[in-house]
Design a protein around this ligand. Structure first.
Ligand SMILES: Nc1ncnc2c1ncn2[C@@H]1O[C@H](COP(=O)(O)OP(=O)(O)O)[C@@H](O)[C@H]1O
Ligand SMILES: [Mg+2]
Length: 631
């Protein structure tokens, strides 16, 4: 469908949703849909809730954030459960400014933007509909029209609590345009839009000396004072500050802590009393979520300043740390690359994963428990099975540090290094080694990396490189076998036949000659040795395997290659050990013979077809693994 048609449809859709009526009609509507009168905070919470909450293994994930934010489940859960949820229930936190605190490029702006775009879309839905006094620059809540002395009665009839006072402007309009007849006041449905300055605002401080508070709270329109005769006539005032415009929705306060104090004092009253002072008027009620973001250093210096004391209690700080999972970090890079101009470049498999390993290592803190090293911790955090550890160990590791994830390498740095690799290499393909090299070279130029830190990071690069070596070898060896799974299965069946005969003190039958033969001790040992089973322990191991098989049989389950972790590992290792020499000779021969050449071509083809390489990256991989095996 062409884009103009889509635009037209969108307009038609909005046209259909439009609603206009008198206050009396609005009250009628409230009887059917009382939720449209909800507070701004409640609307934000319901928007998140309506998108869906998935509960799995005691952990919650919010669909609302899922498409854009990765690996922040815990921080987001805390944000929702400690701020949005209680705020929606009108608890005190609602009156505080939400301050997201986290390291640079950790997703804070992304989060705020999601909330804004989310609210825009939500206001088009039935659940997120918003209504306002027509013609009001602040889209004032129509219920403010109900006088205070009737609000208790209103609550009894409608079950809706009203907060806030009718603004001076609408007070005047009520008298002059409607002759005081509240029921006639026109009400309309509004649709949030940052572009049109409806319900979504952004305040970003410029030069504190030149910046005017008007940007926040609106200003007197001097050209109209003569017309209205007085500065205190609300019609002579332009309610067009960000706080005005964001009423009913949310305002992002950029660089809040860098801001001049006078701006912050306005927020103090707004957050405490739900109103702010503008011009010469009585206080103006506002209902909006205010979100700011900052980094840790800035925040510490802010709270250490005595002058800011009164503001402390008006702010709720929510940490937004870096993601600490390798697989999620990979997704972040994939997303950032998709959104960039280099998205058509071939990135060899495992490249982003290896870069992510380096990044996560820089963010993790050294485990206090002696027997876990940093790489193991990285694996555990990513949900991998590490022999000898379980989920309880992961939870314990997480408890060791409160502030993990607040420092380390940011995703932008990695993406910049990847881009610069692509540009410098001038080919349409990059691999893990290219990226590790580039990450390393970039450390010198990174502004916030000290010499000491640099050394540490160099070490993490070697660790990531070691991980890559293992991955690369495995990948090539797998590609060397025609069907890896098949070979593994054959080898295992063979092993099990022998084990069975051994344990039952029986003979095997040679499949070719039909002769009776003794169990192949050499074969069994060559597999068992791969996982360090000693001569003394072999009998117990074999019996244990047989017991497992019969347990499976009893439950009617098939015992297969994946049914026994250690046996699988042994089989894998044995296959690789057998292959090693073949791979070594084939990949490093300077003048491969015809047969070797054919093998190499087969392997390259398999890497391309089945493993996501292109011919450049597949050949690079083979060459690299050849050199590794010859070391
Ligand atoms: N946990 C994350 N999940 C998804 N993307 C992330 C995450 N952390 C950072 N990013 C990406 O990194 C970039 C910088 O994030 P940004 O939101 O601007 O960070 P901040 O405002 O905290 O400095 C963005 O492209 C963002 O999408
Ligand atoms: Mg930002």
């Amino acid at each position: 469908m062409d884009i103009l048609r889509k635009i037209e449809m969108y307009r038609e859709e909005e046209e259909k949703l439009r609603w206009e009526g008198t206050f009396a009609e609005y009250l009628q509507l409230l009887k059917e849909k009382p939720w449209v009168a909800q507070s701004a905070h409640s609307r934000v919470y319901n928007m998140i809730k309506d998108a869906g909450i998935v509960k799995e293994k005691g952990k919650k994930t919010y669909e609302f954030f899922n498409q854009q934010l990765f690996g922040l489940e815990e921080a987001l859960d805390r944000l929702v459960e400690e701020y949005f949820h209680p705020a929606a229930k009108r608890l005190d936190v609602r009156k505080r400014i939400l301050l997201l605190m986290g390291p640079v490029s950790g997703g804070k702006s992304t989060l705020v933007t999601m909330l804004k775009r989310g609210l825009e879309a939500y206001s088009h839905s039935d659940n997120g509909a918003v209504y306002a006094i027509k013609g009001c620059p602040m889209h004032e809540d129509p219920l403010h029209l109900i006088p205070h002395y009737l609000r208790k009665d209103f609550y009894e009839e409608y079950g809706i609590r009203i907060e806030g006072n009718l603004s001076p402007l609408n007070m005047m309009r009520l008298e002059q345009e409607y002759g005081g007849r509240i029921e006639d006041v026109q009400v309309e449905r509004i649709f949030f839009s940052e572009d049109r300055r409806i319900g979504i605002g952004t305040f970003s401080p410029s030069d504190p000396k030149s910046q005017d508070i008007a940007d926040l709270t609106g200003s007197l329109d001097f050209s109209t004072i003569a017309e209205y005769g007085s500065e205190s006539d609300p019609r002579a005032y332009r309610f067009d500050g960000e706080l005005n415009k964001a009423n009913r929705g949310m305002m992002e306060f950029q660089e809040m802590l860098k801001c001049d104090e006078k701006f912050l004092w306005h927020l103090l009253s707004l957050t405490q009393e739900g109103n702010f002072k503008a011009g010469r008027f009585a206080l103006i009620s506002a209902d909006e979520l205010i979100v700011a973001h900052t980094n840790e250093t800035e925040y510490r210096s802010f709270i250490s300043n005595k002058k800011n004391e009164a503001l402390h209690s008006r702010i709720i700080v929510m940490p937004i740390p870096y993601n600490l999972k390798v697989s999620q970090e990979e997704r972040i890079y994939e997303k950032m690359i998709r959104e960039s101009d280099v998205s058509d470049v071939h990135i060899a498999p495992h490249t982003l994963k290896v870069a992510a390993m380096f990044t996560i290592l820089t963010r993790l803190k050294e485990p206090k428990k002696g027997d876990i090293d940093l790489v193991k911790k990285m694996r555990l955090y990513d949900g991998e099975n590490v022999e000898g550890y379980n989920q309880a160990d992961v939870d314990e590791l997480k408890k060791e540090y409160q502030d993990e994830g607040m420092s380390g390498i940011d995703p932008r740095y990695v993406i910049n290094r990847i881009s610069s690799t692509i540009i410098r290499k001038e080919v349409a393909s990059i691999n893990a080694l290219d990226v590790l090299r580039s990450l390393k070279d970039g450390l010198d130029q990174h502004p916030s990396i000290t010499a000491e830190l640099r050394e540490k990071y160099m070490n993490y690069i070697s660790l990531a490189r070691k991980e890559y070596d293992t991955i690369a070898k495995k990948e090539v060896q797998k590609a060397f076998v025609y069907s890896y799974e098949e070979s593994a299965k054959t080898l295992m069946d063979n092993y099990l036949d022998n084990v069975e005969a051994y344990c039952n003190k029986a003979k095997l039958r040679d499949p070719l000659t039909g002769e009776e033969i003794s169990p192949d001790e050499k074969l069994m040992r060559s597999i068992e040795e791969q996982i360090g089973i000693s001569e003394n322990a072999k009998k117990a191991f074999r019996e244990e395997v047989l017991i497992r098989i019969s347990a499976y049989a009893r439950k009617g389950k098939r015992f297969d290659y994946n049914s026994h972790d250690r046996l699988r590992e042994a089989i894998q290792k044995k296959l690789f050990a057998d292959l090693k020499d073949v791979v070594k000779i084939t990949t490093s021969s300077k003048t491969p013979d015809e047969q070797q050449l054919k093998k190499i071509n087969d392997v390259v083809a398999r890497l391309i077809d089945e493993h996501g390489y292109n011919s450049t990256s597949a050949n690079e991989l083979l060459r690299y693994v050849g050199s590794l095996l010859n070391r």
